[in-house]
Structures are given as C-alpha cells and as structure tokens.
Design a protein around this ligand. Structure first.
Ligand code: AP5
Ligand code: MG
Length: 208
C-alpha cells in the first residue's frame, strides 16, 4: 500500500499517518519530521522552516528517495510531500508504476490556528496531541511510548500565517493537479469530524 496525505498545516496529516502506519505496518515518511530530527540541518535551513518557507525541492526529493529505498516495510505513507508541482513531477519519476492513493484532508481553515497553537507531539514516536482537545494522560508525557511531548518552534500565529500563504501558493496547485487527473480522494476533516471518523473514512477508501 502506498499512500499520500495532503492538506494544509494542522489538517491532521501526522495524526492520521501515525494511525494508518501502525494499523497497516507502513513506513510513515513525514518530511517535516525528518527535517526537524536532522542533526545536520544548517542555521539557514532551520530559519526556512521556522519562518514557514519551503526547503528546496531537490533536497526534499533526496530525503524521500532515501527513505523509500531503505524501508523494509511493505509500503509507505508520505506525509508532507509533494507540496510543489515540481515535487509532484519528481515523485512520479521515482514511483516505478506503483499505484498510490492520494488523500486530501479537507478542513475549515478557520480551525487551523487553534489546532496548531494547542498541538504538542512526541519527540520519540511522533504521536500527536492537543492540549485541550486530545490531551495526554500525564502532562508532557506520551501515552504510547513515555516520550517527551513538545510544542514545535513553527507553531505560532506569525509562522502559521506564512505557512498558510506558502500552502496556497505552492501546494494548492498540487491538489488541483491531482484533482484534474481524478486521483484525489477528499476526506472532510474539520472539527465536526472526529479523528476516529476521519480514520474510518480513509480506511473505507483504502478498501475499495
Ligand atoms: P510539516 O511538518 O509537514 O508541517 P505542515 O504541513 O505544516 O503540517 P503540520 O504537521 O503542522 O500539520 P498536520 O497536518 O500534520 O496536522 P496534525 O496531525 O499534527 O512541515 C513543516 C515544515 O517543514 C514546512 O513548513 C517546510 O518548511 C518544511 N517541509 C516539510 N515538507 C516539505 C517539503 N515537501 N518541501 C519543502 N519543505 C518541506 O494535527 C494538528 C492538530 O490538530 C493536532 O493537535 C491534532 O490533535 C488536531 N487534530 C487533527 N485532526 C483533528 C480532527 N479531526 N478534529 C480535531 N482536531 C484534530
Ligand atoms: Mg504533521
């Protein structure tokens, strides 16, 4: 199974990718997570991320390619890639005829600020929480692995505004491109649809 989760910041890509990769034993390839955990990131690259801009396409492709080729799992989920038209083209060039399912998490943009500013995530296993709507049992500690929960440096109002602008300019055209090719499965993901409900919808799409 090869899956691609696409949507704006805070739409639930990481939340759903974590659940799906656990259920189907897939490699969860979060490009944002791989960047944040890369000890060799330069100050310039950290600044790109913390200001809400995009890392160059070629570097992202190398990161994704390395992960896809090194995994021993039977499939993968891409969370956060592709997010430019060029990345989408580069991805098709390395897919070797693999069938991919593309899920678009369709969320009310007015809900994103609250989701992003309340989010905390596990530094060890990547499980995502929210201080108000999905708190861990013990403050600052991951329910699943006991890892440390942290707030991301790019999760503030100023950076989110720019991350959203970047999303509208660079990533919406990717969504339209897949939509025009009839490859996009749109899943309602606003707060009125619980995390479990979104998960069930995606599972239904995968069963087709
Ligand atoms: P990345 O880490 O990919 O960030 P993002 O795309 O902005 O997405 P987020 O991780 O913020 O949100 P999410 O959709 O995963 O939501 P989550 O599940 O956590 O990228 C970070 C940066 O890295 C980029 O800005 C860029 O600089 C760089 N980068 C990464 N990939 C790149 C690429 N390909 N090219 C170039 N640069 C790249 O959920 C958020 C919150 O909402 C949580 O608290 C959760 O509990 C809550 N929630 C989720 N679902 C629901 C629901 N249904 N109802 C209520 N609450 C919900
Ligand atoms: Mg994420």
């Amino acid at each position: 199974m090869h899956l691609l989760l696409i949507g704006p910041p805070g739409s639930g890509k990481g939340t759903q990718a974590h659940k799906l990769s656990t259920l189907f034993d897939l490699e969860h390839i979060s490009t944002g997570g791989l960047l944040r955990h890369n000890p060799n990131l330069t100050d310039e690259q950290k600044e790109i991320i913390n200001s809400g801009n995009l890392i160059p396409d070629e570097m992202m492709l190398e990161i994704v390619k390395a992960k896809i080729h090194s995994t021993h799992k039977k499939g993968w989920i891409l969370d956060g890639f592709p997010r430019t038209k060029n990345q989408a083209t580069l991805l098709s060039s390395i897919l070797d005829e693999k069938k991919i399912t593309i899920i678009y998490l369709d969320v009310d943009k007015n809900e994103l600020l609250e989701r992003i500013t309340g989010r905390i995530s596990c530094q060890n296993c990547g499980t995502v929480y929210h201080k108000q709507t999905k708190p861990p049992i013990k403050n600052g500690v991951c329910d699943e692995c006991g890892g440390h929960l942290e707030h991301r440096a790019d999760d503030n109002q100023k950076t989110l505004t720019h991350r959203l602008e970047t999303y509208y300019i660079h990533t919406e055209p990717v969504i339209n491109y897949y939509k025009e090719k009839n490859l996009l499965h749109s899943v309602p993901s606003s707060n009125s649809h619980s995390i479990e409900e979104v998960f069930e919808r995606i599972k239904k799409i995968l069963k087709r």
